[in-house]
Design a protein around this ligand. Structure first.
Ligand code: ATP
Length: 260
C-alpha cells in the first residue's frame, strides 16, 4: 500500500531531541506545518534551527522523537520522505567544477526526472534566477548570491510541494530577496507548504503564517505571528523575540551612550 498523501499536516514533528555529546541542540521540539502554510523557525545563532531541518530531511538521526513528511516517517522510509521535499541547506554543496547546467542535470538525474521535463525545468529556473547566460560557467566562479539562486533552483527542480528552506534569503540582493519572498508566498498560495528558518525577525513577520521562536533547542513561543505578539505584549516580532530570548548581554557602545 502506498503512503498516505494529502491528509494531515505536510510536516509533523513530535518530541524531537538531538544531542551532540553533552549538548542538547534540539530539546523535545514539536510542531506541525499545514498545507498552504509558511512556517518559520525563528531563533538566535546556535538555537537549533539547522539541526532541526537536518533531522527533518534525513541528514541527521535524532536521539528521540518522530518526523513525518506528508504522512511518511522520515526515519523508517527516508527515500520516500525525501522524494516529497525540496531542501535548501544553509551551506549548499554545489560542486565547483561543474557548470550550472551540469549541476542541475546531475540533481535531476538523482531525482530520476524524465529528460524532457528536466530540460524544460532547467531552462525555466535558470531564466527565473537570471542565470541563463551563466549556464555554461563553472559554479566555482559564482558570487554568493548566484550560488544561493542555483541552490534554490536545485531544491525546487522536481517541483516538490513541500519546501524546507534554511535561511532562504541569505546572500541575496534586495531585488532577488523580494522575488524569492514573492515566489515562496505564491508557492504556499497554490497549496504548497514551506518550513523556513531565519534569524531575521522582519522576514518571519512579513512571510510566515505561523512561527516558533526557539532558543537552546526549546520552543519559547509558537503560533500565528499575531498570537505571539499578543502573548508577549509587543508590537513587533523583533521586540517579542528579545523579550522571549533575553536582551543583549553586550555592553552599550560608547557612541550609543553619548548625549546630544
Ligand atoms: P545559526 O543561526 O547560527 O545557523 P542554528 O539555530 O541553525 O544557528 P544549529 O546549527 O542547529 O543552530 O546548532 C545548534 C547547536 O548545536 C549549536 O550549539 C551548535 O554548536 C551545535 N552543533 C550543531 N552541529 C553540531 C555538530 N555536528 N557537532 C557538535 N555540535 C553541533
Amino acid at each position: 500500500m502506498g503512503p498516505p498523501t494529502g491528509a494531515g499536516p505536510a510536516i509533523s514533528v513530535g518530541h524531537l531531541t538531538k544531542r551532540f555529546g553533552g549538548l542538547v541542540a534540539v530539546d523535545d521540539l514539536s510542531f506541525d506545518v499545514g498545507r498552504g502554510q509558511i512556517f518559520g523557525l525563528l531563533g538566535s545563532n546556535g538555537a537549533g534551527k539547522t539541526t532541526t531541518l537536518k533531522v527533518l530531511t534525513g541528514l541527521l538521526r535524532p536521539d528521540s522523537g518522530r518526523v513525518r513528511i506528508d504522512g511518511v516517517d522520515v526515519l523508517r522510509r527516508p527515500v520516500e520522505a525525501k522524494r516529497r521535499i525540496g531542501f535548501l541547506p544553509e551551506a549548499p554543496a554545489l560542486y565547483d567544477q561543474l557548470t550550472a547546467r551540469e549541476f542541475l542535470e546531475m540533481i535531476g538525474t538523482l531525482r530520476s526526472m524524465e529528460q524532457a521535463r528536466l530540460d524544460a525545468r532547467i531552462g525555466e529556473l535558470l531564466e527565473m534566477m537570471e542565470l541563463s547566460e551563466f549556464a555554461k560557467s563553472n559554479v566555482g566562479t559564482f558570487s554568493r548570491g548566484m550560488r544561493q539562486k542555483l541552490a534554490f533552483a536545485s531544491a525546487v527542480l522536481h517541483s516538490p510541494a513541500i519546501l524546507v528552506l534554511d535561511e532562504p534569503l541569505s546572500g541575496l540582493d534586495p531585488r532577488f530577496g523580494k522575488l524569492f519572498k514573492d515566489w515562496i508566498r505564491g508557492h504556499a498560495g497554490g497549496g504548497g507548504s514551506v518550513l523556513m528558518s531565519t534569524h531575521v525577525t522582519s522576514n518571519a513577520e512579513e512571510m510566515c503564517d505561523r512561527v516558533a521562536v526557539i532558543d537552546r533547542g526549546r520552543v519559547l513561543a509558537a503560533g500565528p505571528v499575531r498570537g505571539v505578539l499578543e502573548a508577549s505584549g509587543t508590537k513587533t516580532l523583533e521586540d517579542a523575540f528579545v523579550a522571549l530570548v533575553g536582551g543583549s548581554r553586550w555592553p552599550r557602545s560608547p557612541s550609543s551612550q553619548r548625549t546630544r
